[in-house]
Design a protein around this ligand. Structure first.
Ligand code: FES
Length: 194
């Protein structure tokens, strides 16, 4: 009898601790997966969704190395009363030397908040150099490139955006390009991106 009373008292004493861990665990899981329903721990992860599909037409690219800028909008589920937020990522869509149309995010793969610029060929004295910074438009390159002006990491667009200068850990993120006849739309952002 004494034993079972002791067990009951222990259980009652430990209940607040179990409840604290339980509520903290649920909050943590909802932070990681904001759309999670009760008992939905094993449901598929929240994927960012594209909100507006930018539309281009083939006649916007009459020759190789035409590069256009666009904003790519993603709806992201977040742990807040609004439940979601829109994130806009600047990108470039361009026609390559072999006529393929490709699109890249302009976010520098180094992840420090700097943006890539399109440099078709070197430009002398473009005016963007400062006393402490090299000018990213005057970089000497064989092919058109994407260059980050923060530390001059450079990506060769004729070679699948391979990094040809700097210690970049990755290539710029690709955005899927979908061609239907003359119309071009954007699809998914490379998953490692967001
Ligand atoms: S942040 Fe892009 S090269 Fe340094």
């Amino acid at each position: 009898m004494d034993q079972s009373r002791r067990k009951l008292l222990k259980l009652l004493a430990a209940t607040p601790i179990y409840l604290t861990f339980g509520f903290a665990g649920v909050a943590l899981m909802r932070f990681a997966k904001p759309s999670m329903a009760p008992l939905g721990v094993f449901d598929a992860a929240d994927e960012p969704e594209q909100t507006e599909n930018a539309l281009f037409t083939k006649d916007l690219f009459p020759e190789p190395w035409i590069c256009l800028e666009f904003m790519y909008n993603l709806k992201i589920k977040v742990f807040s009363p609004q439940k979601e937020e829109i994130r806009s990522i600047p990108g470039f869509i361009l026609r390559l030397g072999d006529d393929q149309i490709v699109a890249y995010s302009r976010e520098c793969p180094r992840g420090r908040g700097c943006y890539l610029n399109f440099v078709k060929k070197s430009v002398e004295n473009c005016g963007c150099a400062t006393e402490t910074k090299e000018c990213c438009c005057s970089i000497k390159v064989k092919n058109p490139v994407l260059v980050c002006c923060c530390h001059m990491d450079t990506y060769d667009l004729a070679n699948d955006a391979e990094c040809i200068r700097g210690p970049s850990p990755a290539r710029p993120k690709r955005i899927e390009v979908i061609v239907h006849g003359d119309q071009i739309t954007l699809g998914r952002l490379e998953s490692s991106i967001v």
